[in-house]
Design a protein around this ligand. Sequence first.
Ligand code: FAE
Length: 527
Amino acid sequence: MDRKKFIKTGLLAVSGFYFLNSNLFQAVQPKTGKSGKEIIEAPILIIGSGYGGAVSALRLCEAGKKVVMLEMGLNWEKSGIPFSNMLKPGKSAAWLKKKTIAPFMNIFSLAPFTGTLDRMDFENINIWVGRGVGGGSLVNGGMAVTPKESYFKEVFPDLDSEKFYSHYFPLVQKELKVNVIGEQFLKDCPYYKFTRVGEAEAHKAGFKTIRVPNVYDFQYMEKEYRNEVPRSAFNTEVIYGNNHGKNSLDKTYLKKALETGNLEILDLHHVENIKLNGDKTYTLQVRQTDTSGTTVSEKEFNCKKLILAAGTMGTLQLLLHSNAVNHFPVHDQIGKNWGNNGNFMTGRNWVKPLSGGTGSKQSTIPVGGIDNWEDEEHPFFTEIAPLPMGMDVATALYLLINRVDKKGEVYYDPDTKKISLDWNQTNTVKMRENADYFIKKMNRANGGTRSHFLFNNGFGANVCYHPLGGCVLGKATNEYGKLKDHDNLYVLDGSLIPGTIGVNPFVTITAIAEYCIENLIRQNEFV
Ligand code: FAE
């Protein structure tokens, strides 16, 4: 190449590079408004970086759209701060709390920090959620369960279930890097004694067990067992984040979306409320914080298209609060058909106390479940959950998932300026009956007692990891998640599922988001 041509090509390359970056940068280029607030224009905004948000970001970015994502939690990868484990809770352990907020044994003091796990306390139920870039994928157990087709059809009678089982579910299993533990490893590994004992006891009591797939990389796990790599699942890491092994969204969907060069993620940006403008665009009031939760800047974001993916409770809080403070239009179906996915925690003590109990070493990653769904009188599915306490406590822990025959409702409380829940004992009566039946049958066959010292006398009706519903697909939204009464607003998260899906929900949330965003893009909603 001659000198002239070299300079010309070089300039073109440089200006091309500049153009690409400045284009994206303009998306978040601030101006200062009359109030002194920064005003930022972004064509497409996504609130929340969990499953729904991550899927939307990837598919829009692949379609060449510039996307800005606002996340109230921290970008842990960028921060370089390691996640803490359950035996030594540190910065990542709780969202701005002075004590740990695990379902029990909260004996650890904390300095308030924008940690990964948050708990929202309502009158009759406590709801745990993930915070940070990756949302719930940072704190969850990684159980990647596809719902039973018959129940999926019952919950979503209007969806083409054949297409979901032949296309969307396989697609999300691939994108989320779902894999299954090797049977020989499970049989030999001391860290899975709790699963082997749980399965043997279930069989003795006449229950059917199933192998549960996970997004934790089991090849990595085998290496950590051989001490070839740093330990994570075998180092009590999970609900405060995993430093290794787990394919959370920052390693899958969000990573791919960022690689397109079309996505900008702004962490520690908390959206307070939304206003609908006369020209059908949206203005968001946003508070940027530091890691102690202190406000460092107030900002205004304007956008043409808005995707709400703040998780079931976050999305409902934003919609109902914005309605109260900004007369933001909300359809009368918003808040209805809410459910806890039938979550009910329970446990058993004196589990094989004479033969090493459930094991002093326990992996944090669950791989076994008991499937009693087809039992007409007591239909439930339960995870055989780990209890990694660093010693053998001869205790078995179970998170039951039941049907939700009576749904609840989320409404706005003007006094607290927060959402409240119409949800009480009558909603969980059947779940409690199922837990009682299950524990009694297990104890009769194997010995042991209900864990009276855990939860409320062994029954955790108030423990919820899977809030679902309130913006149900086809009811509060059109068939693809576009909110009724709006032209440019979409909801793509767990709130689309009507309160129940019969298994751990993130595979379904991801598949529904894939289905919706594919069709919304096809309908030219984002041009
Ligand atoms: P989600 O993942 O909750 O993401 C919402 C994001 O929005 C979060 O990062 C929030 O910080 C952010 N956000 C909320 N409000 C705002 C705002 N105003 N401004 C800015 N950002 C905001 O939503 N499910 C499974 O399938 N398998 C499991 O093994 C499993 N284990 C779990 C264990 C625990 C301890 C917990 C808490 C949950 C578990 N789940 C599990 C549930 C699963 O993580 C949950 O259903 C999904 O994460 C929900 O996905 P969404 O996209 O709805």
